[in-house]
Design a protein. Structure first.
Length: 503
């Protein structure tokens, strides 16, 4: 069983650390009432990675550590500078599946091997406030690194590490840093002990080359695609951990990629991108099972919260929770199975290959102001046609379908404009905003259609259990009103968009 801890820390080095035999005096730091000596811990950590160091290249660390009060397996995922999520699992001889699955989007089918061993003598102090509560842990670490694979040799150094207490104020670290700087210490040039060890004992992981400034139409489209590719890989662990909004974010990245393939078919060869687009559609569909359930549950819960108590009849909230939990649990199991499957890994490999050797056509070398703008205008024309079709249909299932199709095309146009914005400037940025507004209106209408379907299902379950279905009927009627309001607002919204759009 793995658990997660948010780690906020800073590392320091300098003559005061290398030559000192003790930690600098920190009793003068504002808010510190006492410094408690916690003794010296002997730590023995072995870091694992693929032979080509894919984890290190992505600033991920996976280690097995003994000693101290948190012996076990630790996986650290970067959140922002100085902030990482540390996911822990009990000590075992092999990498726990709970952790290996979280790095699978990086590791794929490669083997995880011992890379570096770090032996540390950690002299620990606790900074506490006047109530004795922990503010931060400060340690003087004397480290010896031994290279186990991918190089050879050893290295030794001393560093000071300051880790903020759980739920502490990050501003407190600034106060500690001010004191450490006065003692002759500076932030470490290495982001982690592993990074320093790799740099001093052998080959470092190969970092991707800095992105060049986009010039051609192809450059701009590839920059946008690369961002989506990176998002899919980076979001994989969050989706597996069920982090809020991660499923939605990954689904959006897959849709952006697929839409870009279709919108910019004059730039990228569709005989190559279409099969990949089909796989992205499959993945988006699998992600959508979970996301659609989240949307429905949130919408129904909010609707119930707004409903007067006089209109609540029967165990409606309990019925909703049971229904949502059952559907969510099933979709989660299915999604994890998808992410562990060969088809998903094959898609990631295909995306890697596409980014490495993109199938550029002749138009890719063209002027972005012409080539990209033409593609965006073409998408916008299709949106216009679909909105007109929806407005021409009478209320009912056919109009619902037409509005849903317009919504999907608005998304595609929005994504095309996002890719175009760095090249085209204000016109494309304005279109992104307009399509987002249209997408929101049409999305609310489609959510109402889906919610009414869910309410019919819930009402049937309640009726079969001998419960009142009155409240579900009330909610159904309100959803009909919301849909009608969206349909009534569409002509005015679309007229405003047409009058403002210029790409």
């Amino acid at each position: 069983m793995a658990d997660t801890k948010r780690e906020i820390e800073r590392k320091y080095e300098g003559p005061a650390a290398e030559g000192g035999t003790d930690l600098p005096d920190l009793t003068g730091v504002s808010g510190v009432a006492g410094v408690v000596d916690k003794g010296v811990a002997e730590l023995d950590a072995t870091y694992y990675d693929t032979p080509d160091q894919r984890l290190a290249a992505a600033s991920l660390t996976l280690r097995r550590r003994t000693g101290g009060d948190d012996a076990g397996w630790h996986l650290k995922l970067p959140v922002s500078e100085g902030v990482r999520d540390e996911i822990r699992a009990p000590l075992s001889d092999t990498v726990p599946r709970a952790l290996s699955s979280l790095v699978r989007s990086r590791v794929r089918d490669a083997e995880l091997v011992p890379l570096v061993r770090l032996l540390s003598a950690r002299d620990i102090r606790h900074l506490v406030d006047d109530s004795g509560a922990l503010l931060a842990e400060v340690s003087l670490d004397r480290v010896r690194a031994e290279r186990l694979s991918g190089g050879e040799g050893t290295a030794e150094w001393t560093e000071i590490e300051v880790e903020l207490a759980d739920d502490g104020d990050p501003a407190f670290l600034d106060k500690v840093e001010k004191k450490l700087r006065k003692a002759g210490l500076n932030r470490s040039a290495s982001s982690s002990k592993l990074a320093k060890a790799l740099g001093e004992t052998g080959e470092r992981p190969e970092k991707p080359a800095p992105e060049k400034e986009p010039v051609t139409a192809g450059d701009h489209v590839l920059a946008y695609l690369r961002a989506q590719h990176d998002a899919i890989v980076e979001l994989d662990p969050a989706v597996r951990r069920d982090v809020y909004d991660s499923v939605h974010s990954m689904r959006v990245a897959t849709r952006r990629m697929r839409s870009t393939f279709r919108s910019y078919g004059k730039i990228l060869d569709r005989t190559v991108t279409d099969p990949i687009g089909d796989e992205l559609k499959w993945l988006a569909g699998e992600l959508g099972v979970d996301r659609d359930q989240e949307v429905l549950t949130e919408r129904l819960t909010e609707s119930l919260d707004r409903l007067p108590r006089t209109l609540l009849s029967g165990p409606v909230r309990t019925r909703l929770r049971t229904w949502a939990h059952a559907r969510h649990g099933g979709s989660r199991r299915r999604l994890i199975a998808v992410l562990d499957g060969k088809r998903y890994l094959a898609l990631l490999t295909a995306l890697d290959a596409l980014m490495t050797d993109p199938p550029l056509l002749k138009a890719a070398a063209g002027d972005p102001a012409k080539v990209i703008a033409k593609a965006v205008r073409k998408d916008f024309t299709k949106v216009s046609d679909l909105v007109s079709e929806a407005l021409d249909r009478p209320p009912g299932a056919d109009r619902d379908t037409a509005m849903h199709e317009a919504r999907k095309k608005a998304k595609r146009t929005r994504y095309a404009a996002e890719a175009a914005a760095p090249a085209l400037g204000g016109g494309a940025a304005g279109l992104v905003k307009s399509m987002k507004s249209l997408q929101s209106l049409l999305g609310d209408h489609q959510d109402s259609v889906m919610t009414r379907d869910a309410l019919r299902e819930l009402a049937a379950l309640a009726h079969a259990a001998g419960e009142s279905s009155f409240t579900y009927g009330v909610l159904y009627g309100r959803e009909e009103q919301r849909a009608a309001a969206a349909e009534g607002a569409l002509p005015e919204v679309w007229e405003a968009i047409e009058g403002q759009t210029s790409v």
